[in-house]
Design a protein around this ligand. Structure first.
Ligand SMILES: [Zn+2]
Length: 457
């Protein structure tokens, strides 16, 4: 009995070392912040220092340069930074408007918090392990240096993207270097969702940003319900946003607030299928430096939950060919949403964010293959794992065996494929054994016969 208190103390000590659920008590920070707006040089130094001290889960690279030649630094955070993975990617873009600097500070604080809490806090760990997170603290470093909204060519970068309604905006040669760098970066990554951080209001804004008649009526995109869900994830987790008197629930449709053309969020959705929000995170632009810590505390949980929604909601999985077992860059269609996404050609993975708690019919289709549809239901709002194995058109026989092994409501299609292959291997192995034993038996009988008849020699 004398050992009981010792065992209890040991158990408590071990328990304290386990990964804790997310909460205020785990707000570990490196303390490497001066509580001021870092200059462009200081920001670059901070990022380079971070990529060394947190090199195991981060990678720093420049996606291009500004008009005045400043690098557009992107910090990538993942358990496999710099490597392709079958995971959704998420991005935060800060400081698109030069006179809105808070996003610079929030993105680096988010990086620091994730680094300090990885393997210590459940949410930090799940984000690093399940998402490829990209942070662009400053899209407009020249504007920041000049404390102006526009870039050094006096262009508003959030009016410089190709627009769905006004083709005169689509001359790529005249596009700003910051815009072109971001467009190229978006095309190179599998961004499932993202947010750009602005100041001047407190609201989560979502597409569409405009109407063909330039009116300010509500402009519903095919993913209106998904956007409202994601915007609400942010506003509800924010300390004040959802209490807004101006914006019910702290969210707004872009065009219904004020229409704009050439914006970044609509282009993301149309051309990259990336569900981007424009987050207005403080009522006034360039708030006093003394407010930075408070604004970070108000937004931290929102930022974490928005990133987490890329794997905690929707339908996720892979698509394979039953003939080759190789991944297929199939098209994924969900009934009720006039917008498709594509699985990647490298892994066949897809990530379709959807509002939780509803039933959906999900269809995977690929040229030369028979489409397949599955109904999914997620009553508790968690994400659904759904893999597809598609038969080549007209294919029969072995492929059907493979289809029968497929289970549609869990993550076991890859397993089914492996199971099929392992079954095949096992049966082959059995066959070889039978042949070997038969041969051995034959040989032994011959040998015994030859032993019994030495007179012939
Ligand atoms: Zn702005």
């Amino acid at each position: 009995m004398v050992f009981f208190p010792i065992i209890l103390a040991l158990a408590m000590a071990l328990g304290a070392g386990a990964i804790r659920e997310h909460g205020g008590s785990t707000a570990v920070s490196s303390g490497k912040f001066a509580n001021k707006y870092l200059s462009n040089t200081e920001l670059e130094d901070w990022l380079k220092d971070f990529s060394v001290r947190c090199g195991r889960i981060s990678r720093l690279n420049s996606i291009g340069t500004s008009v005045q030649g400043r690098d557009l630094w992107v910090l990538e955070l993942s358990d496999m930074p710099g490597q392709a993975e079958a995971e959704p990617a998420f991005k935060f873009v800060g400081n698109m408007h030069g006179d809105e600097p808070v996003g610079r500070e929030l993105t680096i604080r988010l990086a620091d918090w994730l680094c300090m809490n990885y393997k210590r806090d459940a949410m930090a760990t799940s984000i690093i392990d399940n998402v490829h997170l990209h942070l662009l603290p400053s899209m407009n470093p020249d504007g920041f240096a000049n404390r102006s909204r526009n870039n050094a060519n006096n262009v508003d970068l959030n009016r410089d993207f190709p627009d769905q309604f006004f083709p005169q905006n689509n001359n790529e040669a005249r596009r700003q270097p910051e815009t072109l760098a971001v467009m190229k970066w978006i095309r190179q990554n599998n961004f499932v969702a993202s947010a750009s951080l602005h100041e001047g209001a407190l609201v989560a804004n979502y597409p569409w940003d405009g109407n063909v008649d330039k009116s300010s009526k509500y402009a519903e995109s095919p993913d209106d319900s998904t956007f409202r869900f994601l915007a609400s994830v942010y506003s509800k987790a924010h300390r004040n946003m959802s209490k807004s008197h101006e914006f019910p629930g702290g969210i707004t449709n872009g065009a219904a607030w004020y229409p704009l053309y050439g914006g970044m969020q609509d282009w993301n959705y149309i051309h990259a299928r990336c569900l981007e929000l424009t987050l207005e995170i403080y009522d006034t632009k360039w708030p006093p430096e003394s407010q930075i810590v408070q604004i970070w505390e108000e937004n931290r949980q929102s930022m974490l939950e928005l990133v987490s929604s890329t794997f905690k909601s929707g339908v996720h999985g892979k698509v394979f060919s039953s003939a080759s077992g190789l991944p297929l860059a199939a098209t994924i269609q969900v009934d009720g949403f006039n917008q498709t996404i594509k699985a990647t050609s490298q892994f066949g993975n897809y990530h379709r964010l959807l509002p939780p708690g509803k039933a959906y019919k999900v269809t995977a289709s690929m040229d030369g293959h028979t489409s397949r549809s599955v109904h999914v239901l997620s009553p508790n709002g968690e994400s659904t794992a759904l893999d597809f194995i598609l038969d080549p058109t007209g294919g029969v026989g072995q492929q059907h065996k493979l289809m029968r092994l497929m289970t549609t409501h869990d993550d076991s299609d890859t397993m089914a494929l492996l199971l099929y292959h392992s079954k095949f291997t096992f049966l082959s192995f059995l066959g070889v054994l039978v042949i070997l034993f038969s041969c051995f038996g034959c040989k032994r009988r011959l040998w015994l016969r030859s032993e019994k008849s030495p007179a012939k020699v």
